[in-house]
Ligand binder design. Structure first.
Ligand code: DGP
Length: 116
């Protein structure tokens, strides 16, 4: 089980690992995905360690809401507001590879439904 000390996204948030950070505040960070699946592919993460979507608690509601508002701001800043995809993979079965809650913001190409 990954804790905050060994977690790659915690290390990015603490700037112990280099990344292309687009935004940060006391609770959230947004940076470009190292393995982009679209011309624009940004990850929005809480700075505190939280394993996945299912680990969310009522006390997290405010920053989760702020994270989604940040997604919209980034979509506008990155000029993909006319169409973008927001993805949260929860658990290995759903394709989650980094066990730290994150929102994928992707745009700049057409997307299909259903996703794979
Ligand atoms: P997921 O499969 O939903 O857990 O997505 C994890 C994403 O994290 C994946 O698209 C690749 C990205 N990623 C993994 N390691 C790093 C890293 O060290 N830096 C950055 N910028 N992105 C990473």
């Amino acid at each position: 089980m990954t804790d905050g000390n060994s977690c790659v996204f915690c290390k990015i948030a603490k700037k112990e690992i280099q990344s292309d950070i687009l935004y940060e505040d006391a609770e959230l960070a947004a940076f470009r995905d190292v393995n982009p699946k679209a011309p624009v592919h940004v990850l929005v993460v809480p700075k505190k360690h939280l394993s996945d979507h299912y680990a969310l608690e009522e006390k997290d509601a405010r920053w989760v809401g702020n994270a989604h508002l940040l997604v919209n701001r980034l979509a506008k800043d990155l000029e993909i507001e006319d169409g973008f995809r927001v993805v949260i993979n929860c658990g290995e079965k759903a394709g989650q590879t980094v066990p730290h809650f994150h929102i994928h913001l992707m745009g700049g190409r057409d997307f299909h439904w259903p996703p794979g």
